[in-house]
Structure formats: C-alpha cells, structure tokens
Design a protein around this ligand. Structure first.
Ligand SMILES: C[S@@+](CC[C@H](N)C(=O)[O-])C[C@H]1O[C@@H](n2cnc3c(N)ncnc32)[C@H](O)[C@@H]1O
Length: 290
C-alpha cells in the first residue's frame, strides 16, 4: 500500500515540472546554505588538516592553548612557552583589537600570536622570524588551520637583524605585536635567538622605526618577562617621545626578579603627528621645506 502511494507521488512529481523545479531549487538552496556555513566556520575558526612537516623540519610537540580550537605544532629549535603572553592573548581573544586589521608580529616562533590574531578575524598578518625553523613552523600551522591566504611569514637575515629589515619602506600596520627575546646576550644557536637580543638591537630598531610602519591610530603591544628588557623599552619610549604603559598587571617591577613569568604586556603609544610626519610624499616634503 505504501509502495503504491510512493509510486503515485513519484509519478506525480515526475510529471509536474513545477514541483520538479521547486524540489530542485530547495535542494540547491540547502546545498548553498550548508556549504557557506562550512566555509564561514573554516574562515572564522580554522580547520586542522593533517599535513606532513616540511622536509628538514621536525615536529617535537603538539600544544594546546585556550585561544585556539586546534593544537599548535612546535618544530625542533622553536620556542614554546605561552606563559610569556597571557595578557596579550587575552586582549586579542576578548576584544576586537585585530578584527579586520593588518597585523605585524615580530618574532613569530610557532606562530602562536599570529594564529590568535587570525582566529580573531585579522585581515592580514605578516610575521617575521630570524630562525628558519620558526618561519617554517608558523607557516605550517597557518596551513593546517587553512589561513595561508591571510598570513605571510618572512625570514630575517642574521646579518641584518633589525626589526623592520624585511618590511617594505611604505608598509604600515594597524597593530604591531611582539614577544621578543628578553635578555641582552649573544645567541649561539637558532633556539637561543628566542631568548637573547644582543645589545637590545631588536628592541632599539623596533622602537626607533615605529612611526614609519604604524598606521595613524595603530597600536603597539609588547610582552616581556624581564625587568632589564622592560626598563630598556621604557627608556627608549621616553627617548623617542612615545607613551609607555604596563597593561593588565599590578605587579611592582622593583620587586620582581630580573626574569619572571607570566610575562608583562606593555603598550607603546606613538603620537599621531609623528606617524603623519613620516607619511609625507617626497614632493610634499620638498615644498614644505621651501
Ligand atoms: C620569545 S620568542 C617568541 C615566539 C612567539 N612569538 C611566542 O610568543 O611564542 C622570540 C622569537 O623572536 C625571534 N627573533 C629573535 N630575534 C629576531 C629578529 N631580529 N627578528 C625577528 N625575529 C627574531 C626568535 O627566533 C623567536 O622565535
């Protein structure tokens, strides 16, 4: 009996072009909605796809952080300690700091901060690192999360370690973040570049050239867990005429040991007129000096 009714209904459907068209349209609509929601989810939250590590690099750990849905791969010789950056990651996670923004991360390591920024809707993230394994590591994670269309990672040469050495002269960002090496000492291995910034060259070049690479209203957030590093950055901020503030932290620097965890987050504020002064075109500069 049921078979009889089904046959009748199928016959009726087959013979009725209007019903056929309606069925077809609703099928297409359902497919469209489903595929879009999958694409939107992938874009918003990433998707972890299994990928072999690139030749010459080795995964030594799969790490979890609350900020990301999937594990972060760590390559051999690449730094991992999320205790360096809890306040910075919280700010990225809980605010629109990076949403629709262009972000620069100096010293990506596994790509942790860049991935957090991409996860919270950054339009474009450019990362840099001096350790080739870190560059490969961050790219590998971005590829696993399917975020490569919004992420680029550039390798810094060891003989040109300045903060903006691989950033184009006219390249500017809405947000600049970094958890740089904290201690003034000479690194001997690729891994030690994560810990040591000889002569604080990275910190000095970073602070000196901020106005050239920041958009007006841009924000600069740094994470340090070493008193000497923080004092250096504070001094540099004063020298350059920038604002300096320790954010989301009530620990007293004077009472902390030179190196401590969790790291502290600092915000550097570059006055807008300093940024705009570096935005003038060469002709404008000439005519204004005449
Ligand atoms: C403390 S680790 C932080 C890594 C990552 N941002 C994180 O929070 O897990 C510092 C990173 O800066 C990189 N680095 C050191 N000197 C650098 C330089 N001159 N330019 C770019 N990256 C550098 C190191 O290789 C290392 O990956």
């Amino acid at each position: 009996m049921t078979g009889f009714f089904r046959n009748c209904a199928q016959k009726c459907d087959r013979d009725n072009p209007e019903i056929q068209m309606r069925n077809c349209l609703s099928l297409l609509l359902t497919a469209f909605v489903l595929s879009n929601s999958v694409v939107l989810r992938i874009q918003a939250q990433g998707v972890s796809i299994p990928l072999p590590a690139p030749k010459d690099f080795r995964v030594v750990g799969w790490r979890n952080v609350d900020d990301l849905r999937y594990t972060v791969a760590q390559f051999d010789s690449v730094f991992w300690d999320p205790r360096d950056t809890p306040s910075l990651r919280k700010l990225i996670r809980t605010t629109d700091l990076c949403k629709d923004k262009t972000v620069l991360e100096i010293g990506v390591g596994t790509g942790l901060l860049s991935l957090c920024a991409l996860n919270r809707g950054a339009n474009k993230v450019v990362g840099t690192d001096i350790n080739p394994a870190a560059q490969a590591n961050a790219l590998y994670n971005a590829r696993r999360f399917r975020w490569t269309d919004r992420f680029e990672c550039r390798l810094v040469k060891k003989d040109k370690p300045g903060a903006f050495e691989v950033i184009k002269t006219n390249e500017r960002f809405d947000v600049i973040v970094s958890n740089p090496p904290w201690v003034d000492r000479k690194p001997k291995t690729n891994f030690e570049y994560a810990l040591y910034d000889p002569g604080f060259h990275l910190a000095k070049t970073l602070m000196a050239d901020l106005p050239k690479h920041l958009n007006p209203d841009g924000r600069v957030l740094l994470a340090y867990g070493a008193v000497s590093g923080i004092v250096t950055v504070r001094k540099l901020a004063k020298q350059h005429g920038y604002g300096f503030k320790i954010v989301d932290d009530d620990r007293d620097l004077a009472k902390l040991p030179d190196e401590f965890l969790p790291g502290m987050m600092m915000e550097i504020t570059v006055p807008e007129q300093m940024i705009r002064a570096t935005m003038k075109l060469p002709e404008e500069k000439q005519s204004s000096s005449n």
